[in-house]
Design a binder for this molecule. Structure first.
Ligand SMILES: C[S@@+](CC[C@H](N)C(=O)[O-])C[C@H]1O[C@@H](n2cnc3c(N)ncnc32)[C@H](O)[C@@H]1O
Length: 142
């Protein structure tokens, strides 16, 4: 343990798991079934701790249910994936205003958007234009 309480950089668990998460690991953010079961129970309000959380969706599920979550893991790579990890976006493209007079251009995506609006540390995982003149994009923080 170092003076600030964090594990040393060369801790074998840290090295092993950082290598795993940094080596092309794509998080699904699917919560662990046990977390799904536990959070479906009639629990009292209160904070939740997810220990050895990895990049799992359990912490996100609890946060989405309005709980304060403390997620702990030895791998800062995993924690980086978990922090604001994923954005999924669907909106009309500007082309849709040609056929829909009720649609304000301000609500529509210009060419290249929304990918061009992402912060530099986000990577687009998937993007597609749908037949109904909407565009979908999924991106995640690197
Ligand atoms: C099998 S993964 C489980 C991840 C997550 N709980 C899930 O259900 O998807 C094990 C996790 O334990 C973490 N871990 C391993 N050794 C650790 C240690 N000594 N202290 C804290 N976390 C550790 C790893 O970084 C990894 O994210």
């Amino acid at each position: 343990m170092s003076a600030d309480g964090s594990p040393p950089e060369a801790h074998p668990d840290r090295l092993r798991w950082n290598a795993k998460y940094a080596g092309g690991f794509v998080p699904s953010f699917v919560p662990h079934p046990l977390a799904v079961r536990a959070l479906a129970m009639n629990l009292p309000d209160g904070p939740v701790a997810d220990l050895a959380c990895g990049a799992s969706g359990s912490a996100l599920l609890a946060a989405g249910r309005g709980r304060e979550v403390t997620a702990v893991d030895i791998s800062e790579v995993a924690l980086g994936m978990l922090a604001d990890g994923l954005i999924a976006w669907e909106a009309f493209t500007a082309e849709a205003t040609r056929t829909r007079s009720d649609l304000s251009p301000d609500w529509c995506l210009a060419p290249g958007e929304p990918a061009s609006l992402l912060p530099a540390d986000f990577a687009v995982l998937d993007e597609q234009d749908l037949p109904n003149l909407r565009r979908q994009m999924v991106a995640r923080r690197q």
